[in-house]
Design a protein around this ligand. Sequence first.
Ligand code: TRP
Length: 395
Amino acid sequence: MPTKEEFVVTPYEVKGHIDYQRLKELFGTQDLTPALLDQIRVRAGGELHPLLARGIYFSHRDLGETLDRAARGQRFFLYSGRGPSGPLHTSHLLPFDLCRWLQQKFDAPMYIQITDDEKFWVRAGLTREETYRWGLDNLADLLALGFDPKRTRVFFDTRSIGAMYPLAVDVAKKVNFSTVKSVFGFSASQNIGAIFYTALQSVPCFWPSWYAGRAIPCLIPCGIDQDPHFRVTRDLAESLGYPKPALLHSVMLPGLLGERVMSTTGDSKDNAIFLDDRPKEVERKIKNALTGGRATVEEQRRLGAVPEICSVWALWRAKFARDDAEFDEVTRGCRSGELLCGDCKSRVLVRVQDFLSEHAKRKEAVRATAESLIIEGGERSDGSGPVVRGEIPLP
Ligand code: TRP
């Protein structure tokens, strides 16, 4: 186990107590400053998404340039993705909740990548049929968040590969083994699928520019654990004649059992709320969730609790507070000792259960059309770009 000072953040491993300030320095990313947030607020017509306002997104690369260009008329598209390995949990929604809002506010096309190859390559115990089926299921969950089908397309790796492969070939030629070895910590026994994989995750960054034959800026909201892939992408972008993708990074939310990250790899299913959890399961998980409460009621009334270390407060903060007023009320009540953990848990439980039941209905409604958004095709005979079925939304 790493000590408190040691932590590891890569796309394939997140462990230890993450010091985000230090991580920004290590990765060389920029602070998401109040000035940048103001710029987004103004462009969004005066509001800011809670994930931005509450500091869950905290770091970026080239966001200022991307917003400045957009203000001058060179608009961007959004890109984020999911490596399917099982059902989604609520933390997986962070990038997509933000993307849906940005799509609406900035009238931006959205590209979702479903990497049904990735977890098959990097994780034991999953068949390709499983990652494929989870991919389709996860895609329905993501589309149920309310993306505009006219402005949204999907790269589903095993199905979109014909339309992606020529670009993946160009990218792969620019990435050498020693780079991925040091960036991801691969050993010599790593399968070559995982070694090649960064090329595939890079493709959507450039694909719309390739398709349109002009430079189109890309903005990627994602967990900071994905930054290493895009460092590789950004380093080779200009040599291929494409703009470097810009990034907006979120923190990794704590799990319900207090592990630093709401990950389910290797830990108990009780550490996260899955979108397909039954109401009873959600109740049990929230009851058992680790809080920032005191040992006794008396002590809590006197000293107040500590929201920053509480997994239930993290739920309010990231998704379940109705508005800023409610979020502030919960936070103040927690800190002052007025709101006890049991009451706070009962309140959030209702919110989570309502969300899950509404979400399930929306998911069923989008399931039938989800596959029609998958990009499929190949390359033009003169090599100048892809040929695909159907229309491609561009900024
Ligand atoms: N690698 C990501 C995962 O493990 C999936 C992914 C593909 C992604 N493309 C992306 C994530 C772009 C963020 C942005 O889930």
